[in-house]
Design a protein around this ligand. Structure first.
Ligand code: AMP
Length: 375
């Protein structure tokens, strides 16, 4: 993948007006931001632009309003937080209040770029989407990737092209079908793949194990069998933490026995975490790695009874000397929950975008930046 233009490529910005597409899609509960990581992650870019003498107008989406103004998704809390962190930055209202944003409508792009001299995309988490504010402005304005976007691309593209070996990917989460394309792409470049989470049961079924009432995608069993037959080592758990009949996730009071088992679960039992033996064995693989990419929890970590496997992987990631990369979304949340986020070399700010970049090697938002007019 050829490189994308950087901030320095925008030339002299003194007195210029810069439109910044940021990803300030932060969690907001009752009007309060519960995690401002995504706002703070854009500060290096904003501070650099201001330092160059530019004025900055930022824009973002927030949540999923249905193409119309919706108070619950107003960017007001973000505007307040931004003002505390870097005064003087203007912030437009939620881009998705206008249906022309997701429709990539040219008239919306023209309104966005009006009055600006340059465009900066620092919204990694949205750069896999062909939305107006991502792919539109580079058609009109000299454009560049911000610091955050640039770092994400450098790290995640580097995994494909030049990882320190052995390169180990740790995949978890609920479904194989959601992540099949990225698993296939990763199997091209990794030395081995660790599979946990709900998706491991489809792999275990492919090896002939009985998976009880665990999450299992019957139509993916043959695909998993094919992947297991491939040249790369796929590490599967050999012990499972299971919840017995009558038990409910997130509700210990509902009863139901929790038991450590092997890989053949009786009827009615749900596999909800990798067992402690597998967690320790996965930790050894992570310890010996040169590079580790982690995407997806090893169990239903939101329920403290079933967070052990995910916590052990998080700790192994913190302890290893390997270069450690956490894909966004649930794994980033898990790294935070287990207090190891600052011990990772890179925590991606984009779940879907990081998977898309690893899988396809490029993103529509990056292609657009490469095609922008020069200064
Ligand atoms: P994903 O969005 O595909 O990365 O999946 C994340 C979700 O997978 C989390 O909410 C976990 O609770 C869930 N998960 C992990 N392990 C299991 C499991 N063994 N059974 C059911 N769900 C799981």
């Amino acid at each position: 993948m050829s490189s994308v233009p950087r901030l320095e490529d925008l030339g002299d910005l003194a007195g210029k007006s810069v439109l910044l597409r940021a990803d300030f899609n932060v969690p907001v509960v009752d009007g309060e931001i519960t995690d401002d990581l995504r706002i703070r992650a854009a500060l290096p870019t904003i501070r650099w632009l201001i330092g160059q003498g530019a004025s900055v107008t930022a824009c973002t989406h927030l949540g999923r309003p249905k193409g119309q103004a919706d108070l619950a998704h107003s960017v007001d809390p973000v505007r307040d937080r931004l003002r505390e962190l870097v005064p003087g930055v203007e912030l437009l209202e939620n881009l998705r209040f206008d249906p022309r944003e997701t429709a990539n409508d040219g008239s919306f792009v023209e309104e966005l770029v009006e009055g600006h001299d340059a465009f900066v995309n620092d919204a990694f988490g949205a750069s896999h989407r062909a939305h107006a504010s991502i792919v539109g402005p580079p058609r009109f304005l000299p454009s560049a990737a911000g610091r955050l976007l640039h770092r994400e691309v450098e790290v995640l593209s580097g995994l494909r092209t030049n990882p320190r070996r052995p390169f180990v990917a740790v995949m978890g989460g609920s479904k194989v079908s959601d992540k099949l394309a990225v698993i296939e792409a990763l199997l091209e470049s990794v030395d081995s793949l660790i599979v946990g989470g709900g998706m491991c049961f489809t792999f275990l079924a492919a090896k002939g194990h009985s998976v009880g009432a665990s999450l299992c995608e019957d139509d993916m069993v043959d695909t998993c069998a094919r992947l297991l037959d491939g040249p790369k080592t796929i590490h599967l758990p050999y012990d499972i933490t299971a919840l017995g009949p009558g038990g409910k996730l997130m509700d210990p009071a509902a009863g139901g026995e929790v038991r450590q088992m092997g890989t053949n679960l009786p009827d009615g039992w749900i596999g909800v975490d990798i067992g402690p033996g597998s967690a320790a064995a996965f930790g050894d693989v992570i310890h010996e790695a040169g590079t580790v990419l982690w995407n997806g929890p090893m169990g239903v970590f939101e329920d403290p009874r079933f967070g052990g496997g995910t916590g052990a992987v998080a700790q192994a990631m913190a302890d290893t000397k390997a270069f450690t990369v956490v894909g966004g979304g649930d794994s980033a949340a898990a790294a935070k929950l287990f207090g190891v986020e600052h011990e990772m070399d890179h925590v991606s700010t984009g779940g879907g975008a990081s998977l898309a970049l690893i899988e396809q090697g490029d993103l529509v938002g990056l292609k657009a930046l490469r095609g922008a007019p020069s200064v």
